[in-house]
Design a protein around this ligand. Structure first.
Ligand SMILES: [Zn+2]
Length: 170
């Protein structure tokens, strides 16, 4: 389990990152380029593009939370470069793991027994939430529908629907 972080916290983190990179008004986040920027910014961050067969079939990319090392399947990296929404989100998700686990205080504790991981303490939830907030900036998409969000932000229609649903509840 990791430190609790709400959607509001993760949205703030995504916003701080956008501001720092002077991308606060950019709808289409340059996620592939961010990999190289992060390599420059953080000593312990690095990523590797691996042949698809290196990772199991269901895995698109992974992050070693001890070292901050991200591995991305070649086909996913190429897809992201072409602007495939799902592949762009995969990269954002792994960067989310890096930020929420490595950069924002490494607070992993072993969870013995069967205690259920509460949603907001679940690292997978955190990475997913961060990725959604980074790729679909709440402050820029007000008034847009799901199709506009998918198109303008370069995310899949499904991802656009998820963010749209959260925003319309607020
Ligand atoms: Zn994950």
């Amino acid at each position: 389990m990791v430190e609790p972080k709400s959607r509001t916290d993760l949205r703030r983190l995504a916003r701080i990152m956008r501001e720092y990179l002077q991308l606060d008004h950019v709808l289409y986040f340059p996620i592939v380029e961010l990999l190289d920027v992060m390599t420059e910014l953080f000593d312990d961050f690095n990523y590797e593009i691996v042949e698809d067969c290196v990772l199991s079939k269901k895995v698109h990319a992974d992050t070693d939370i001890r070292t901050g090392h991200i591995r991305i399947k070649e086909s996913v990296y190429e897809g992201a470069c072409r602007g495939e929404g799902r592949d762009r989100m995969t990269i954002a998700h792994e960067i989310g793991h890096y930020f929420t686990l490595c950069f924002c205080g490494f607070k992993l504790t072993r969870n013995f027994g069967n205690a259920r991981v509460i949603t907001f303490r679940d690292p997978e939830w955190q990475a997913k939430c961060f990725a959604g907030e980074l790729m679909v900036p709440a402050h820029l998409v007000k008034g847009m529908d799901q199709n506009e969000i998918a198109e303008q932000c370069g995310v899949s229609y499904d991802a656009a629907c998820v963010q749209y649903k959260h925003l319309s509840k607020e």
